[in-house]
Design a protein around this ligand. Structure first.
Ligand code: BGC
Length: 762
């Protein structure tokens, strides 16, 4: 074998490697390259029983872990790492080499049908959790595939729509999670998205796939297409896409393009080499015959528990009396028919499935029967008032049963949520409401039962504002995976303490969502008009009311924060530390959040942005320290004109809190900035010249000379002495001054530019 096995292949053989062999395998060539098997992802292995591409085809049973919405809300990278390793073990046991996940797209709008597969509205959370999952998967040598790159934030028209996003927004919101995963976790593969980004298909986007991904971030893995995302194979290969999935049988196009000179042979060889390298990487994976199904089920249960968010708990209604002395009514079809994962390519056939009703019956005391009433059907049956038709009559019966069950109870646990049909890959939702038939049940139960707790099952957020006054407690359990039923009961009965935190703001109304006016676009384009102001960056900057802020989540215990310190450790590096104490009477986890606030008078930047978080488990009375490292990048903004990150000199506020709206401690740090000095030109404004460290001096000296020569009473003198005129003149590029008859010539301006440039060079 030669040193470069790919060089020994014919062009046609190399071309064949740049497309799959089946929907789930890469190609094999002679004894040089063997096939790699991929499978969805992200929260469980979906290995189809045959090689069919259809979602409807059966797949082998695998542990259904909670989807990213829930895992993300744990804010627990260590847990994500363990889930990743478990996924890898199952992949290995099923002969799968690469898991198609995680997805780190930003939740731009709650209507996105695939929000359940994504972590957060915030890139920091998405990047940290995504990297942890990748590291976990790859710790066993199985490959991960971070997806969908990039700006894939909706399902409407997903295969064509152009996400029209300015570069600063891309750099600060939509790319950093990918960047973090690529830099920190080095995923073996990455999947491009279907959509266009500023008019160019992601699969053919040279700037994204080569300039940014490889040249800036140093990605050295393989880029594959989303399934059928390639529209022009030659353009895709030239842009940096290595592998088309699934195959379209068009390898001869690649060969012809090389022969015609439209594509360089080296580009084909490079892509083929990356397929070979992927094979070599996964050759080192640990191989397992099977996995411990009980242990993985328990891990899924832990993840579901850790991600559930206690939104409210008036009067300490939860946990339900653990001695089992309370008469509990369980109401809602979701208690016995769990909604535990989303629809689409990520749908896993679970190895088993817990439901909350059985777990509640186990948890209740031996002398007390848990009464159950389904309350509503999951098929969107009409409200009980419309009782004339048979479906309406059935709804009325269900409602009456629920009222009867609740009447005799001290506590009603109401399991509400979105039916399976309400959210899926491939479709966006049209509203964020819970179904009306469920709200009717809540209202009726509330009228007869003094204490009501609602447990929610949904993948994308639902509005709570219209109904939450009717509930004392609300536990947002998201989609809990196959052990979600028991996990929820662990929390309701206080066997575990809620510790999930919102990774997305719950708005009061859909209309409050910053992208509302633009989503999902029309005519082939979705304009990102809200720019960087996604989620809390919008609500907090404009001080808009929300139902629950980003980062919020209650516990059965309480925490106190103190001892905030900031220590400068280098020119633009700091260590921030704080102490958290569990002041309640039971063990609990706190998620301590660090935001950096920018002290500018105009909101040209979000009011504050999350730059760190730490999850801390504490016994009653115990204190623990959290530490964060900050760098210049944490203070930086993307300057499109400079084509890079920029740190302004000045003072920033470091905020430590329990949510974006519950800041407990504040301190300041000062940075000298990044020492960048802008280059001045004739088109730089008078103000830019005056404020410039070099130009200000050059211009000042020259102005004094001018003033001395032309003297008071001249037009130049009048300008310099009139504060209003002087201020207005700050906006005018220097090149315009010769036209104003001030005695300034074009030659003078040229001399100034040369003088400033030579002073700056010294
Ligand atoms: C999805 C991907 C998935 C692929 C393979 C596509 O429709 O967007 O996330 O990995 O199918 O099933």
């Amino acid at each position: 074998m030669t040193a470069d096995p790919i060089a020994a292949l014919t062009l046609a053989e190399q071309a064949s490697l740049t497309s799959g062999a089946t929907a789930w395998t890469t190609g094999a060539v002679r004894d040089v390259v063997r096939a790699v098997r991929v499978a969805d992802g992200p929260h469980g292995i979906r290995r189809p029983e045959d090689d069919s591409i259809s979602f409807a085809a059966g797949s082998l049973p695998a542990t259904c872990f909670p989807p990213a919405v829930t895992l993300g809300a744990s804010w627990d990278p260590e847990l994500a790492h363990r889930v990743g390793a478990a996924l890898a073990r199952e992949a290995s046991a099923q002969g799968v080499d690469v898991i198609l996940g995680p997805g780190v797209n930003i939740k731009r709008n709650p209507l996105c049908g695939r929000n359940f597969e994504y972590f957060s509205e915030d890139p920091h959370v998405s990047g940290i959790m995504g990297a942890a999952l990748v590291n976990g998967i790859q710790s066993l040598g199985i490959g991960a595939c971070v997806k969908h790159f990039a700006a894939n934030n909706q399902e409407t028209d997903r295969m064509r729509v152009s996400a029209d996003v300015d570069e600063q927004t891309l750099r600060e919101i939509y790319l950093p999670a990918f960047e973090h995963v690529v830099r920190e976790a080095k995923p073996y593969t990455l999947m491009c998205s279907y959509n266009r980004v500023n008019g160019v298909y992601a699969s053919q986007h040279h700037w994204l796939l080569t300039r940014v991904l490889r040249e800036e971030w140093g990605f050295d893995g393989l880029v594959m297409s989303d399934w059928t995302a390639v529209n022009d194979r030659v353009a895709a290969l030239a842009a940096g896409l290595d592998l088309e999935m699934p195959p379209t049988g068009s390898d001869e196009q690649i060969v012809a393009a090389v022969e015609d000179g439209a594509l360089e042979a080296a580009q084909v060889a490079t892509a083929a080499r990356r397929v070979l390298r992927l094979r070599e990487l996964v050759d080192h994976a640990e191989r397992f015959e099977d996995w411990d199904q009980d242990a993985h089920h328990e891990l899924a249960r832990e993840a579901a528990r850790s991600g559930a968010v206690l939104l409210k708990n008036d009067g300490g209604l939860l946990p339900v009396d653990p001695g089992g002395r309370q008469r509990v009514a369980v109401i809602g079809e979701f208690a016995r028919t769990p909604r535990y994962q989303g629809q689409g390519s990520s749908r896993v056939v679970p190895t088993r499935l817990d439901n909350a009703l059985d777990a509640l019956r186990d948890a209740a005391g031996p002398d007390l029967a848990v009464t159950f009433a389904p309350g509503f059907t999951l098929d969107g049956a009409p409200n009980a008032q419309d009782g004339q038709d048979p479906a309406g009559a059935r709804a009325a019966d269900l409602l009456a049963e629920a009222v009867a069950a609740a009447s005799g109870a001290e506590v009603a646990l109401l399991f509400l949520g979105l039916p399976d049909t309400a959210e899926t890959e491939g479709l966006d939702r049209s509203d964020i409401q819970l179904p009306g038939n469920q709200l009717r049940v809540l209202e009726a139960v509330r009228a007869v039962c003094p204490r009501v707790a609602v447990v929610l099952a949904n993948g994308a957020l639902v509005s709570v504002a219209e109904w939450q006054d009717q509930a004392d407690a609300v536990l947002e359990a998201w989609l809990g995976g196959q052990a979600g039923g028991t996990a929820v009961v662990d929390l309701l009965y206080g066997r575990a303490n809620p510790s999930g935190r919102l990774t997305e703001t719950i708005p009061l109304r859909l209309q409050d969502v910053p992208s509302h006016l633009y989503f999902p676009g029309r005519d082939g384009h979705v304009v990102h008009g809200e720019g960087r102001y996604v989620g809390y960056r919008h609500y907090d900057t404009l001080d808009r009311p929300v139902a629950y802020p980003f980062g919020h989540g209650l516990s059965y215990t309480t925490f106190e924060y103190g001892d905030l310190t900031v220590e400068q450790t280098g020119q633009n590096t700091w260590t921030v530390a704080a102490t958290v104490t569990n002041t309640g009477d039971r063990h609990g986890h706190e998620v301590v959040q660090l935001y950096v606030a920018f002290g500018e008078p105009h909101p040209t930047r979000p009011r504050h942005e999350l730059r760190g978080f730490a999850r801390l488990g504490l016994e009653p009375g115990e204190s623990g320290e959290v530490r964060f490292e900050l760098t210049g990048r944490d203070l930086a903004w993307w300057s499109t004109s400079r084509g890079g990150w920029r740190v302004d000199p000045g003072t920033f506020t470091v905020e430590i809190g329990a949510s974006s709206r519950d800041i407990r401690l504040r301190t300041q740090l000062t940075t000298p900035g990044d020492s960048h000095i802008d280059e001045l030109t004739a088109m730089s404004t008078f103000g830019e010249w005056l404020d410039h460290p070099v130009g200000g001096h050059v211009l000042g000296t020259w102005l004094m000379d001018l003033f001395a020569t032309s003297g008071q009473g001249s037009e130049a003198g009048a300008l310099l002495e009139d504060p209003l005129m002087l201020n207005a003149a700050r906006q005018v590029p220097l090149a315009k001054f010769p036209t104003f008859g001030l005695g300034v010539t074009t030659e003078d301006i040229g001399n100034l530019v040369r003088a400033a440039q030579s002073s700056a060079a010294q």
